[in-house]
Design a protein around this ligand. Sequence first.
Ligand SMILES: Cc1cc2nc3c(=O)[nH]c(=O)nc-3n(C[C@H](O)[C@H](O)[C@H](O)COP(=O)(O)OP(=O)(O)OC[C@H]3O[C@@H](n4cnc5c(N)ncnc54)[C@H](O)[C@@H]3O)c2cc1C
Length: 778
Amino acid sequence: MSLQGVDARTRNSNSGLQWRRKSGFERLLNANDVRAISAQALAASKQGRPTESWRRELETMDRSARFSRNASRIFQDLQARLGIPTVRPILLPMNSQPFWHRGPHTFANYQSTIRLPGVADVVIIGAGLTGVAAAYRLKDTGLRVVLLEQGDPAGEASGRNGGNFELLPENSVGIYEGLAPGRFTFMRQRYPHVPTEVLQAVSERQASLVLGLALRNRDIFKKTILNEGILCDFSPRGWLHIASSESEEQGICDEVSLAAQHGQRIAIWSRGKIAQEFGIEAAFLGRFIPGDGTYHPFKYVCGELRAALRDGVTLYTRTKVHSIVSVRPNEHRVLTGRGKIAAKSVIVATNAFTRELLPELSAIEPYQSQIIVTEHVPDRARGRIVTSDNGPVFFNQPREGAANGHAPLLMGGGNDRRMKNPSMRRRSPAVHARLLSLRDSFYPELVGQPPSAEWVGPMAFTPDGLPCIGFLRPGLVIAAGYNGYGGSYTTAAGHAAAEMAITNVVPDWLPEEIFSPRRLLTNEPLFLTEREGLWRVAASLCRQIQSVNRKLSEALTLQQPTPVLPTSSAAQILRPAGQGRPTDSIEPESLRAYDSFSKFSREEICHLLRLMRRWDLPKDTIIFTEGSPGGTCFVILEGAIDVSINAHGQQQLLTTLNAGNVFGQMSLIEGVPRSATCSVRSDAVLLEIERQPCEELFHSGSSLALKCLATLNEGLISTLRGADLRLMQLDRAELQRSSTEMPTSSLLSDNDSVERCAGVGIVPEMSEVFASPPTVDP
Ligand SMILES: Cc1cc2nc3c(=O)[nH]c(=O)nc-3n(C[C@H](O)[C@H](O)[C@H](O)COP(=O)(O)OP(=O)(O)OC[C@H]3O[C@@H](n4cnc5c(N)ncnc54)[C@H](O)[C@@H]3O)c2cc1C
């Protein structure tokens, strides 16, 4: 059969049927044969669906015809476009173009002027979600703002993603277990040598900051769309995350209260509700966030860019930046393939490409993610997002192309893969197969339907799972590394970067010790080497100790542990009688002999001693009582101190502190009243430091101040461990007591006992961690 023969037949309106009647399937169909058939079937289709006769014809061809390799792919492309299933293995689609790039590109090869300007106030590198948000924030400022892009705007991650905006970046090591536990796992992996309690404190703070940042991001994002009237299929209809384990269920339930602290409502959906809303049979609960949803990221970037260009920003596409030379804090040379620009500030918004430009940021690693599109899918998601770690998977049905109860389905997932070169576009057949099986598990009606397109795009991951938003050096701002959740961060990150570029100040809501790119230049956590960070850790530890102490007090009210001390007098005692003495008689080495002070030099100890007062106190002296105002802290140089609280109207001993210990720091750091009573057990020499000289020292930011803060934190950590251990001992004693009282016939149900066993199982593990003697800081 000649090729002209096929062409002639396909020109006929009923050619498919005629073609088969005449030719049968004896001949191998080549690419041109199938192209001709495809053109004919598509021309006859209505709203993208085949006519009934074409459907039957194509189904028959699928079952019986023989195709060359290329012809198979073209035939499956036709089936995918028309929504017709195949009985054959589903191939990687021919089309690797992102769904969002289907329309025309207004800014392809856009140049604001023929030649690149030689000078600028701010140069922004990268025209994706971040760079364009920064440009938008700088419009109308009267500054000379130049936006440089190596390709075309939104050509990389911002035009290749899933089109989701989410409030909770679900970054995790393994299974996601909620924002705060997720942060903790990252911290533990990244800083294994840092004490657990510090990591706990830091993680909780990070979770709160991340949520605050994502909320800010969502607000600015919505405001930009509304203010500029950007038509980007904005659909804030909600995000359902389906848990994939019991611990994840617990984690997402905890997120409800975290979100409530920020004024955000989150609903927990039962399996029944999930089935009713999405027709999905889930094995666990889901978390639904109402204000999240889908949008068209490419249209959004273009809309925002249009507004920025209208109000003074200039754009140069297909202009690659090769290097940035910082001459002075406000003088940088940006070297491009088309010439050099002298800029006062530079914003680097290059995400997965950052390390190519700035090799020192090699810790920001490019990873690849892959997405498939299936056409004409029953519109069950209706502009909402669904995610689950069981995949992992994310999918949505965006509003572009939604009609008559059907919409395209975008599904991404499988494990993200490291990539050497962020420009690489190679798709993985393994991820392809994984995505299909995930798709079919959520949409069983799609079994056999080939996807119409499948593409990859580069994301940027950081070792601690947090974005980098801050100064790399004065005048050079980085906004990158979103760990696959640019929809949660990029708009706010762009705005923050713009503000940093013009003010040289880091906003409060992006504390440097958490978000600065400088944290990636060292293995030491910035939150333990910089004053602000140390101070916050201390405050957070204090709050944890207060909370554990409250529980301890409750537990002691229920039980009567021994020994019981004589009840301290009703009168408040703020400090021991007398004035104390100067410390000049104290030999610095006697302090340095203790572990907590061994890292201080002799000169530093001398400096510290000058800020302190000496107390020589006989046995039974009350140093201060619970509830008194406080504001100072003590170091025990000699002797031993009893720490007790009043429970049941009786003084209950919590712990005895020995030489080398510090106590009272909570009252110093938090300015709160004393939470326990301290008395001298055996004749003691104490060193007291007042709040004011201490604050002056800390504000100096000197290395001595940092060491002092670190020492206070070590004391707090050991206090917290001790208090936790004491609480666990009490809980365990209570558990043993109640179980001996309980008749064996009333043993718990299987499930309950599993839970209880799990609870008791924690204890031996923890006892290793809590090896140091228990202390409770007053
Ligand atoms: C497949 C995929 C799915 C995703 N799904 C989601 C999702 O569901 N939810 C979510 O929140 N996020 C998702 N993301 C992540 C999100 O898309 C990104 O975090 C976000 O787009 C990053 O925006 P950006 O502007 O920082 O980076 P990009 O969009 O990558 O922009 C950086 C720009 O810088 C340019 N550039 C780089 N180097 C140079 C240079 N030397 N000179 C000039 N220009 C340069 C690049 O060409 C690029 O255009 C996904 C990403 C991918 C790839």
